[in-house]
Design a protein around this ligand. Structure first.
Ligand code: NA7
Length: 536
């Protein structure tokens, strides 16, 4: 509306997950009036929605928590090196309570539209129930993996048993005991689910389109003896996370793969395979993600492990990826995943060879067979990175739609701003460095808070990225992504989702350079007074 000149809030934040909670905390420190709108009935974001059995960290728990409060770090005890979802959700609820965040959050509030009002220099958002809110700044804390996608297979609505996407898991849980269960999808979610369901289901059938390279998580409880050492080491540990490529604890080896002898290489990989977490992926030789021959060597090592662990050689071959090398997609971490296929109650179906033709009332039908199930689990992933934006009708200056602005791939300034969408600030938006997500989030939030604080100090109310800054950033994103094997492979890293119209071709969806390089760029923009941003 042309007449409205006041705003209800200084800032509206969409989402009460890890980024929304911390952004609220930081903006309060600036004295801003902030409202968080959250679709769920509670805080936690990813950890609120993804309640499927076996959901847990693949990053070390202590490296994943917030780092901004010494008191919080010292009072919270993680129970395992890789905590399970219920514990993480408890942690995020604890954070919300401890910092009294809930009074500024409204739940059950899904945002359907967000429109920039040039006259009022503010954003107006609409909720599903028709209500509207206004705010000077619009901060999207909507997560890179929050728009779940069901498979585009005919008959999905016909199934009469229980069916569920992993990211829309019922709060009361699902009992698999004695049931005939299908799991569709073998990404990191599918792998975690399958391990768990196989324990109680009468019969588990896994429908696999593309196998992934999975390696052992090696989870363990944190002992009473370890706890104080972890707490004493926090500053050093977070410093290490800031130095690594993607903020994980694992440091790459500076050597190149073929600089060491085959025996030494084998021993090095063996050691990494037997260690906790992402070591084999993030802590490998420096050329493993760029040198094809090196990557093939490593892939052969992991293939050998799969063959050793799966008894039926035919099944083992089905589980070994043939179309992409190790680490070129997100590496699922597992706990006895491969051994599941040695169980008599578990069957693996290759749906590249025999595609699912239809979901039926009683199960599903492949090109070869009819199956009956009590439960179908869809572990089919997300319309990643841009998908969470696409489902909100976001319009900037002159009513321009964000979805159209990004029709040929996202264009942003540092993944935080979009030209023509003033005062919209994205946390974990496209072309941001992802990696160990809370580490990246804290940086993003601090940067956004810095910009808003700067504007506040100078009495400015509108910020828009300059077109040349967007062009330079988009070029930089392309440049740092060149030569990375992962950018030549279809996955959510490259914006491909077979279940979403128009997302069949690869794009560069995320910033694939190093986190330190990302931060250096953003730090410099702030240090030089935000010259790349038109402020008014
Ligand atoms: P992913 O990694 O995108 O995995 C989705 C899985 O579902 C993958 O195996 C897909 O096969 C499969 N899929 C998707 N659509 C279909 C259809 N239509 N038919 C059969 N199979 C299908 O999602 P996740 O939830 O596992 O993980 C996402 C991220 O969340 C993860 O990387 C972590 O960072 C947290 P495909 O490989 O496409 O052939």
């Amino acid at each position: 509306s042309q007449t409205a000149t006041t705003t209800d809030y200084d800032a509206l934040i969409i989402g009460a997950g890890i980024s929304g909670l911390y952004q609220l905390y930081r903006l309060r420190q600036l004295g801003l009036r902030v409202r968080v709108v959250e679709a769920g009935t509670g805080v936690g974001g990813t950890w609120y929605w993804n309640r499927y059995p076996g959901a847990r960290f693949d990053s070390e728990s202590y490296s994943y928590g917030y780092s901004f409060s010494q008191e919080l770090l010292q009072e919270w005890n993680w129970s395992e090196h890789f905590a399970a979802q219920p514990e993480t959700l408890r942690y995020l609820n604890h954070v919300a309570d401890r910092f009294d965040l809930r009074r500024d959050i409204q739940f059950r509030s899904r945002v359907t539209a967000a429109h920039w009002d040039d006259a009022a220099r503010s954003w107006e958002i609409a909720l599903e129930d028709g209500s509207r809110l206004r705010g000077r700044f619009l901060i999207t804390a909507i997560g890179p993996l929050s728009a779940p996608t069901l498979p585009r297979i005919p008959g999905v609505e016909d199934f009469r048993g229980q069916s569920c996407h992993t990211a829309r898991w019922p709060h009361e849980g699902v009992d698999f005991a004695g049931k005939r269960v299908a799991v569709i999808g073998t990404g990191s979610t599918g792998v975690q689910t399958i391990q768990e369901v196989a324990k109680t289901a009468a019969q588990l059938t896994v429908f696999q389109r593309t196998p992934n390279w999975c390696v052992p998580l090696h989870n363990a409880p944190i002992t009473d003896a370890e706890q104080p050492a972890i707490k004493a080491n926090y500053p050093e540990m977070f410093r290490r996370c800031q130095e690594t490529f993607a903020c994980f604890l694992h440091t790459p080896d500076p050597r190149k793969t073929f600089e060491v002898s085959p025996e030494e290489r084998e021993a090095f990989w063996e050691q990494r395979y037997n260690n906790r977490g992402f070591g084999l992926w993030q802590g490998n030789f420096s050329d493993i993600q760029t040198n094809r021959a090196a990557n093939e060597e490593l892939s052969a090592f992991v293939a050998k492990k799969i063959r050793q662990r799966v008894k039926d050689p035919k099944v083992a071959e089905m589980l070994i990826p043939k179309d992409h090398g190790f680490g070129t997609r997100r590496v699922p971490l597992e706990t006895k995943y491969y051994e599941v296929y040695n169980q008599p109650n578990v069957e693996l179906v290759d749906i590249k060879a025999t595609p699912i033709e239809r979901i039926t009332e009683t199960g599903l039908r492949t090109s070869e067979r009819e199956f009956e199930f009590d439960i179908i689990v869809y572990a089919t992933g997300f319309d990643a990175i841009t998908g969470s934006f696409d489902r909100i009708d976001i319009r900037g200056v002159a009513g321009r739609r964000l979805k159209e602005a990004w029709a040929h791939g996202p264009q942003t300034f540092m993944g935080v701003m979009v030209e023509g969408f003033p005062n919209m600030l994205m946390l974990m938006g496209p072309h941001t460095a992802l990696g160990n997500i809370p580490r990246s989030i804290e940086y993003n939030v601090d940067w956004v808070t810095g910009l808003i604080g700067h504007m506040q100090a100078k009495g400015l109310s509108v910020a828009d990225a300059r077109p040349e800054a967007v062009a330079a950033w988009t070029e930089h994103v392309k440049a740092v992504g060149a030569g990375l094997l992962s950018n030549e492979i279809s996955s959510w890293f490259t914006g491909v989702n077979s279940n979403v119209e128009g997302k069949q071709t690869r794009i560069i969806a995320r910033y694939s350079g190093s986190a330190p390089a990302y931060r250096a760029w953003c730090d410099e923009v702030a240090a030089k007074g935000y010259r790349e941003v038109a402020l008014g």
